[in-house]
Design a protein around this ligand. Sequence first.
Ligand code: GDP
Length: 361
Amino acid sequence: SLTIGIVGLPNVGKSTMFNALTRNHVLAENYPFATIEPNTGIVPLLDKRLPVLADLVHTQKIVPATVTFVDIAGIVKGASEGEGLGNKFLANIREADAICEVVRAFDDDDIVHVNGKVDPSSDIETINTELILADLQTIENTLPKLEKELRGGKVSKEFVAAVNAAKAILESGETIDHAAAAGKIVKDDILDLHLMTAKPFIYVFNVDDDELQNDELKAKLSASVSPARSIFLNAQFEADLTELDEADAREMLADAGLEESGLDQLARVGFDILGLQTFLTAGEKEVRAWQIHQGWTAPQAAGVIHTDFEKGFIKAEIVSYDDFVAAKGSMVTIKEEGKLRIEGRDYVMQDGDIVEFRFNV
Ligand code: GDP
Protein backbone atom coordinates (compact mmCIF):
# COMPACT_ATOMS: atom_id res chain seq x y z
CA SER A 1 0.00 0.00 0.00
CA LEU A 2 1.05 3.61 -0.47
CA THR A 3 2.89 5.30 2.38
CA ILE A 4 3.67 8.81 3.55
CA GLY A 5 7.09 9.33 5.09
CA ILE A 6 7.23 11.79 7.98
CA VAL A 7 10.47 13.77 7.90
CA GLY A 8 11.84 16.81 9.67
CA LEU A 9 14.73 18.05 11.76
CA PRO A 10 15.20 16.49 15.21
CA ASN A 11 13.04 17.92 18.02
CA VAL A 12 10.33 19.41 15.82
CA GLY A 13 7.59 17.14 17.20
CA LYS A 14 7.63 14.28 14.70
CA SER A 15 7.43 11.50 17.28
CA THR A 16 4.82 13.35 19.29
CA MET A 17 2.72 13.71 16.17
CA PHE A 18 3.35 10.18 14.94
CA ASN A 19 2.46 8.70 18.32
CA ALA A 20 -0.71 10.72 18.43
CA LEU A 21 -1.49 9.55 14.89
CA THR A 22 -1.22 5.94 15.84
CA ARG A 23 -2.10 6.40 19.51
CA ASN A 24 1.06 4.52 20.19
CA HIS A 25 3.34 5.43 23.03
CA VAL A 26 6.81 5.25 21.58
CA LEU A 27 9.31 7.29 23.61
CA ALA A 28 9.64 10.92 22.57
CA GLU A 29 12.83 12.22 24.13
CA ASN A 30 14.34 15.66 24.04
CA TYR A 31 17.45 14.84 22.05
CA PRO A 32 18.32 14.24 18.41
CA PHE A 33 17.88 10.70 17.02
CA ALA A 34 15.19 9.67 19.49
CA THR A 35 13.38 8.02 16.60
CA ILE A 36 15.92 5.57 15.20
CA GLU A 37 13.86 2.80 13.64
CA PRO A 38 11.30 3.79 11.09
CA ASN A 39 7.88 3.13 12.50
CA THR A 40 4.82 2.42 10.50
CA GLY A 41 1.37 3.52 11.54
CA ILE A 42 -1.88 2.75 9.81
CA VAL A 43 -4.28 5.57 10.45
CA PRO A 44 -8.03 5.43 9.80
CA LEU A 45 -9.37 8.14 7.54
CA LEU A 46 -12.12 9.97 9.38
CA ASP A 47 -15.28 9.84 7.25
CA LYS A 48 -18.36 11.38 8.83
CA ARG A 49 -20.55 9.68 6.23
CA LEU A 50 -19.84 6.19 7.54
CA PRO A 51 -21.68 6.38 10.89
CA VAL A 52 -24.63 8.03 9.12
CA LEU A 53 -24.81 5.13 6.67
CA ALA A 54 -24.35 2.55 9.43
CA ASP A 55 -27.37 4.04 11.18
CA LEU A 56 -29.49 3.91 8.03
CA VAL A 57 -28.68 0.31 7.16
CA HIS A 58 -28.68 -0.87 10.78
CA THR A 59 -25.19 -2.21 11.11
CA GLN A 60 -22.59 -1.75 13.82
CA LYS A 61 -19.64 -2.56 11.63
CA ILE A 62 -17.79 0.30 9.97
CA VAL A 63 -14.60 -0.20 7.99
CA PRO A 64 -12.87 3.08 7.12
CA ALA A 65 -10.19 3.69 4.51
CA THR A 66 -6.69 4.09 5.94
CA VAL A 67 -3.52 6.05 5.37
CA THR A 68 -0.12 4.61 6.20
CA PHE A 69 2.50 6.86 7.76
CA VAL A 70 6.13 5.96 8.29
CA ASP A 71 8.05 7.92 10.88
CA ILE A 72 11.50 8.38 9.39
CA ALA A 73 14.51 9.12 11.59
CA GLY A 74 15.48 12.80 11.94
CA ILE A 75 17.42 14.42 9.14
CA VAL A 76 20.31 16.75 9.87
CA LYS A 77 22.47 18.98 7.74
CA GLY A 78 24.89 16.76 5.79
CA ALA A 79 22.50 13.81 5.62
CA SER A 80 22.96 13.57 1.85
CA GLU A 81 26.64 12.84 2.57
CA GLY A 82 25.79 10.17 5.11
CA GLU A 83 25.98 12.47 8.15
CA GLY A 84 23.99 11.29 11.20
CA LEU A 85 21.60 8.63 10.02
CA GLY A 86 21.86 10.02 6.51
CA ASN A 87 22.03 6.92 4.37
CA LYS A 88 19.34 5.10 6.26
CA PHE A 89 17.19 8.20 6.15
CA LEU A 90 17.52 8.47 2.40
CA ALA A 91 16.76 4.79 1.86
CA ASN A 92 13.61 5.07 3.94
CA ILE A 93 12.45 8.18 2.21
CA ARG A 94 12.96 6.61 -1.22
CA GLU A 95 10.47 3.92 -0.23
CA ALA A 96 7.75 6.42 0.67
CA ASP A 97 5.21 7.60 -1.91
CA ALA A 98 4.76 11.07 -0.44
CA ILE A 99 6.61 13.26 2.01
CA CYS A 100 5.14 14.88 5.08
CA GLU A 101 7.62 17.48 6.29
CA VAL A 102 7.14 18.50 9.91
CA VAL A 103 8.42 21.98 10.65
CA ARG A 104 8.83 23.49 14.10
CA ALA A 105 7.06 26.79 14.55
CA PHE A 106 6.49 26.48 18.31
CA ASP A 107 8.56 28.31 20.92
CA ASP A 108 9.87 26.44 23.92
CA ASP A 109 13.15 27.40 25.54
CA ASP A 110 13.35 23.99 27.21
CA ILE A 111 13.46 22.17 23.93
CA VAL A 112 16.72 22.41 22.06
CA HIS A 113 16.50 23.48 18.45
CA VAL A 114 19.22 21.76 16.40
CA ASN A 115 19.98 24.97 14.51
CA GLY A 116 19.82 27.13 17.62
CA LYS A 117 16.64 29.06 16.84
CA VAL A 118 13.08 28.55 15.64
CA ASP A 119 13.08 29.53 11.99
CA PRO A 120 10.65 27.53 9.82
CA SER A 121 11.90 28.76 6.45
CA SER A 122 15.50 28.00 7.26
CA ASP A 123 14.53 24.54 8.55
CA ILE A 124 12.64 23.79 5.35
CA GLU A 125 15.65 24.93 3.38
CA THR A 126 17.96 22.66 5.41
CA ILE A 127 15.82 19.61 4.78
CA ASN A 128 14.99 20.32 1.17
CA THR A 129 18.63 21.05 0.42
CA GLU A 130 19.59 17.58 1.64
CA LEU A 131 16.91 15.99 -0.52
CA ILE A 132 17.87 18.12 -3.49
CA LEU A 133 21.56 17.22 -3.09
CA ALA A 134 20.70 13.53 -2.92
CA ASP A 135 18.59 13.86 -6.08
CA LEU A 136 21.42 15.68 -7.84
CA GLN A 137 23.68 12.82 -6.85
CA THR A 138 21.23 10.40 -8.45
CA ILE A 139 21.20 12.42 -11.66
CA GLU A 140 24.97 12.82 -11.75
CA ASN A 141 25.34 9.07 -11.33
CA THR A 142 22.96 8.37 -14.21
CA LEU A 143 23.85 11.04 -16.75
CA PRO A 144 27.08 9.52 -18.15
CA LYS A 145 25.25 6.21 -18.67
CA LEU A 146 22.27 8.00 -20.22
CA GLU A 147 24.45 9.88 -22.66
CA LYS A 148 26.02 6.64 -23.78
CA GLU A 149 22.58 5.09 -24.18
CA LEU A 150 21.46 8.11 -26.15
CA ARG A 151 24.30 7.59 -28.61
CA GLY A 152 23.30 3.93 -28.85
CA GLY A 153 19.67 4.91 -29.45
CA LYS A 154 18.48 3.17 -26.29
CA VAL A 155 16.92 6.27 -24.70
CA SER A 156 15.17 9.21 -26.30
CA LYS A 157 16.58 12.70 -26.73
CA GLU A 158 13.47 13.98 -24.97
CA PHE A 159 14.18 11.89 -21.88
CA VAL A 160 17.78 13.08 -21.61
CA ALA A 161 16.57 16.66 -22.09
CA ALA A 162 14.03 16.19 -19.28
CA VAL A 163 16.74 14.80 -17.00
CA ASN A 164 18.90 17.83 -17.72
CA ALA A 165 15.95 20.13 -17.06
CA ALA A 166 15.43 18.39 -13.71
CA LYS A 167 19.11 18.86 -12.93
CA ALA A 168 18.90 22.60 -13.63
CA ILE A 169 15.83 22.93 -11.39
CA LEU A 170 17.54 21.11 -8.54
CA GLU A 171 20.71 23.17 -8.99
CA SER A 172 18.61 26.31 -8.57
CA GLY A 173 17.53 24.96 -5.17
CA GLU A 174 13.96 24.07 -6.11
CA THR A 175 12.28 20.72 -5.50
CA ILE A 176 10.82 18.90 -8.50
CA ASP A 177 7.41 18.82 -6.79
CA HIS A 178 7.46 22.60 -6.51
CA ALA A 179 8.72 23.12 -10.05
CA ALA A 180 6.14 20.70 -11.46
CA ALA A 181 3.33 22.57 -9.70
CA ALA A 182 4.59 25.73 -11.40
CA GLY A 183 4.54 24.00 -14.79
CA LYS A 184 8.33 24.01 -15.22
CA ILE A 185 8.62 20.26 -15.63
CA VAL A 186 6.32 17.26 -16.04
CA LYS A 187 6.89 14.64 -13.33
CA ASP A 188 5.90 11.78 -15.63
CA ASP A 189 8.75 12.68 -17.99
CA ILE A 190 11.34 11.79 -15.33
CA LEU A 191 9.45 9.09 -13.43
CA ASP A 192 12.21 6.56 -14.08
CA LEU A 193 14.68 8.56 -12.00
CA HIS A 194 12.64 8.02 -8.81
CA LEU A 195 13.72 11.39 -7.45
CA MET A 196 12.82 12.10 -3.84
CA THR A 197 11.82 15.69 -4.43
CA ALA A 198 9.45 14.57 -7.18
CA LYS A 199 7.24 12.95 -4.55
CA PRO A 200 4.24 14.99 -3.44
CA PHE A 201 4.99 17.10 -0.34
CA ILE A 202 2.75 18.20 2.53
CA TYR A 203 4.12 20.58 5.13
CA VAL A 204 2.97 20.27 8.72
CA PHE A 205 3.72 23.35 10.79
CA ASN A 206 3.85 22.47 14.46
CA VAL A 207 2.65 25.76 15.95
CA ASP A 208 1.99 26.82 19.55
CA ASP A 209 -1.58 26.00 20.52
CA ASP A 210 -2.42 29.67 21.04
CA GLU A 211 -1.33 30.32 17.44
CA LEU A 212 -3.72 27.80 15.89
CA GLN A 213 -6.13 30.64 15.09
CA ASN A 214 -3.44 33.11 14.03
CA ASP A 215 -4.44 33.52 10.39
CA GLU A 216 -1.67 35.98 9.65
CA LEU A 217 1.02 33.54 10.80
CA LYS A 218 -0.64 30.67 8.95
CA ALA A 219 -0.91 32.66 5.74
CA LYS A 220 2.76 33.57 5.97
CA LEU A 221 3.88 29.99 6.57
CA SER A 222 1.68 28.49 3.89
CA ALA A 223 2.82 31.10 1.38
CA SER A 224 6.40 30.01 2.04
CA VAL A 225 5.69 26.51 0.66
CA SER A 226 2.78 27.20 -1.70
CA PRO A 227 1.48 25.62 -3.89
CA ALA A 228 2.34 22.59 -1.73
CA ARG A 229 -0.37 21.93 0.86
CA SER A 230 0.16 23.03 4.48
CA ILE A 231 -1.39 21.87 7.71
CA PHE A 232 -1.18 23.65 11.03
CA LEU A 233 -1.38 21.74 14.23
CA ASN A 234 0.09 21.59 17.68
CA ALA A 235 1.59 18.17 18.17
CA GLN A 236 1.23 18.26 21.95
CA PHE A 237 -2.40 19.36 21.69
CA GLU A 238 -3.05 16.52 19.23
CA ALA A 239 -1.39 14.06 21.60
CA ASP A 240 -3.55 15.33 24.47
CA LEU A 241 -6.67 14.97 22.33
CA THR A 242 -5.97 11.30 21.73
CA GLU A 243 -5.98 10.68 25.49
CA LEU A 244 -9.60 11.81 25.77
CA ASP A 245 -12.84 10.06 24.99
CA GLU A 246 -14.73 11.31 21.99
CA ALA A 247 -17.06 13.73 23.80
CA ASP A 248 -14.22 15.36 25.72
CA ALA A 249 -12.04 15.54 22.61
CA ARG A 250 -14.85 17.30 20.74
CA GLU A 251 -15.21 19.77 23.58
CA MET A 252 -11.46 20.44 23.64
CA LEU A 253 -11.52 21.05 19.88
CA ALA A 254 -14.51 23.35 20.15
CA ASP A 255 -12.82 25.29 22.96
CA ALA A 256 -9.83 25.80 20.69
CA GLY A 257 -12.19 26.99 17.94
CA LEU A 258 -11.39 24.03 15.70
CA GLU A 259 -13.77 21.89 13.68
CA GLU A 260 -11.53 18.91 13.23
CA SER A 261 -8.26 17.72 14.65
CA GLY A 262 -5.01 18.44 12.84
CA LEU A 263 -4.38 14.72 12.55
CA ASP A 264 -7.70 14.12 10.81
CA GLN A 265 -6.81 16.91 8.39
CA LEU A 266 -3.40 15.41 7.85
CA ALA A 267 -4.83 11.97 7.08
CA ARG A 268 -7.32 13.51 4.64
CA VAL A 269 -4.78 15.66 2.79
CA GLY A 270 -2.28 12.80 2.85
CA PHE A 271 -4.83 10.46 1.28
CA ASP A 272 -5.49 13.06 -1.38
CA ILE A 273 -1.86 13.76 -2.30
CA LEU A 274 -1.28 10.02 -2.60
CA GLY A 275 -3.83 10.21 -5.41
CA LEU A 276 -6.37 8.09 -3.56
CA GLN A 277 -10.13 8.36 -3.23
CA THR A 278 -12.89 6.23 -1.78
CA PHE A 279 -16.16 4.70 -2.81
CA LEU A 280 -18.71 3.36 -0.35
CA THR A 281 -20.67 0.18 0.18
CA ALA A 282 -23.55 0.01 2.64
CA GLY A 283 -25.08 -3.31 3.57
CA GLU A 284 -26.37 -5.00 6.67
CA LYS A 285 -23.04 -6.75 7.12
CA GLU A 286 -20.93 -3.59 7.09
CA VAL A 287 -20.55 -0.05 5.92
CA ARG A 288 -17.24 0.43 4.25
CA ALA A 289 -15.05 2.98 2.52
CA TRP A 290 -12.91 1.27 -0.12
CA GLN A 291 -9.81 2.98 -1.34
CA ILE A 292 -8.97 3.27 -5.02
CA HIS A 293 -6.83 5.53 -7.17
CA GLN A 294 -8.36 8.74 -8.43
CA GLY A 295 -9.62 8.18 -11.96
CA TRP A 296 -10.27 4.47 -11.62
CA THR A 297 -13.17 2.96 -13.53
CA ALA A 298 -16.03 0.86 -12.14
CA PRO A 299 -14.46 -2.54 -13.02
CA GLN A 300 -11.15 -1.51 -11.41
CA ALA A 301 -13.01 -0.45 -8.30
CA ALA A 302 -14.93 -3.72 -8.30
CA GLY A 303 -11.59 -5.55 -8.37
CA VAL A 304 -10.64 -4.01 -5.03
CA ILE A 305 -13.53 -5.87 -3.40
CA HIS A 306 -12.85 -9.12 -5.22
CA THR A 307 -10.93 -10.05 -8.38
CA ASP A 308 -14.00 -12.01 -9.56
CA PHE A 309 -16.02 -8.81 -9.44
CA GLU A 310 -13.63 -7.24 -11.95
CA LYS A 311 -13.39 -10.28 -14.22
CA GLY A 312 -17.14 -10.86 -14.34
CA PHE A 313 -18.12 -7.20 -14.20
CA ILE A 314 -21.55 -6.47 -15.71
CA LYS A 315 -22.55 -3.13 -14.26
CA ALA A 316 -22.40 -0.95 -11.19
CA GLU A 317 -25.56 0.23 -9.47
CA ILE A 318 -24.75 3.55 -7.90
CA VAL A 319 -26.54 6.03 -5.71
CA SER A 320 -24.87 9.15 -4.42
CA TYR A 321 -24.39 9.52 -0.68
CA ASP A 322 -26.66 12.59 -0.60
CA ASP A 323 -29.48 10.81 -2.43
CA PHE A 324 -29.09 7.75 -0.21
CA VAL A 325 -29.41 9.86 2.93
CA ALA A 326 -32.34 11.85 1.49
CA ALA A 327 -34.14 8.55 0.85
CA LYS A 328 -33.29 7.40 4.40
CA GLY A 329 -31.50 4.43 2.87
CA SER A 330 -34.62 2.99 1.24
CA MET A 331 -33.74 1.38 -2.10
CA VAL A 332 -37.44 1.41 -2.99
CA THR A 333 -37.60 5.19 -2.64
CA ILE A 334 -34.27 5.60 -4.42
CA LYS A 335 -35.53 3.60 -7.41
CA GLU A 336 -38.93 5.32 -7.43
CA GLU A 337 -37.25 8.68 -7.56
CA GLY A 338 -34.96 7.61 -10.35
CA LYS A 339 -31.85 8.12 -8.24
CA LEU A 340 -30.29 4.73 -8.91
CA ARG A 341 -27.74 5.03 -11.71
CA ILE A 342 -26.65 2.09 -13.80
CA GLU A 343 -23.04 2.55 -14.87
CA GLY A 344 -20.94 0.48 -17.25
CA ARG A 345 -17.30 -0.46 -17.76
CA ASP A 346 -16.08 3.03 -18.64
CA TYR A 347 -17.60 4.81 -15.67
CA VAL A 348 -15.03 6.74 -13.64
CA MET A 349 -15.76 6.41 -9.93
CA GLN A 350 -16.74 9.56 -8.05
CA ASP A 351 -16.22 10.37 -4.40
CA GLY A 352 -19.39 9.59 -2.44
CA ASP A 353 -20.62 6.86 -4.78
CA ILE A 354 -22.47 4.13 -2.89
CA VAL A 355 -22.09 1.08 -5.04
CA GLU A 356 -23.39 -2.39 -5.63
CA PHE A 357 -21.59 -4.31 -8.35
CA ARG A 358 -23.36 -6.84 -10.58
CA PHE A 359 -21.12 -9.54 -11.98
CA ASN A 360 -21.08 -12.99 -13.58
CA VAL A 361 -19.44 -15.81 -11.70
P1 GDP B 1 11.19 14.67 17.02
O1 GDP B 1 12.65 14.58 17.34
O2 GDP B 1 10.93 15.56 15.84
O3 GDP B 1 10.54 13.34 16.88
O4 GDP B 1 10.49 15.46 18.21
P2 GDP B 1 9.67 14.92 19.47
O5 GDP B 1 8.27 14.60 19.09
O6 GDP B 1 10.46 13.89 20.18
O7 GDP B 1 9.61 16.25 20.33
C1 GDP B 1 10.75 16.84 20.87
C2 GDP B 1 10.38 17.54 22.16
O8 GDP B 1 9.50 18.62 21.86
C3 GDP B 1 9.63 16.64 23.14
O9 GDP B 1 10.08 16.98 24.44
C4 GDP B 1 8.19 17.03 22.96
O10 GDP B 1 7.42 16.85 24.13
C5 GDP B 1 8.29 18.49 22.58
N1 GDP B 1 7.18 18.93 21.73
C6 GDP B 1 6.67 18.29 20.65
N2 GDP B 1 5.68 19.00 20.11
C7 GDP B 1 5.57 20.12 20.86
C8 GDP B 1 4.72 21.25 20.81
O11 GDP B 1 3.85 21.36 19.96
N3 GDP B 1 4.93 22.24 21.77
C9 GDP B 1 5.89 22.11 22.72
N4 GDP B 1 6.04 23.11 23.60
N5 GDP B 1 6.69 21.05 22.81
C10 GDP B 1 6.54 20.07 21.89
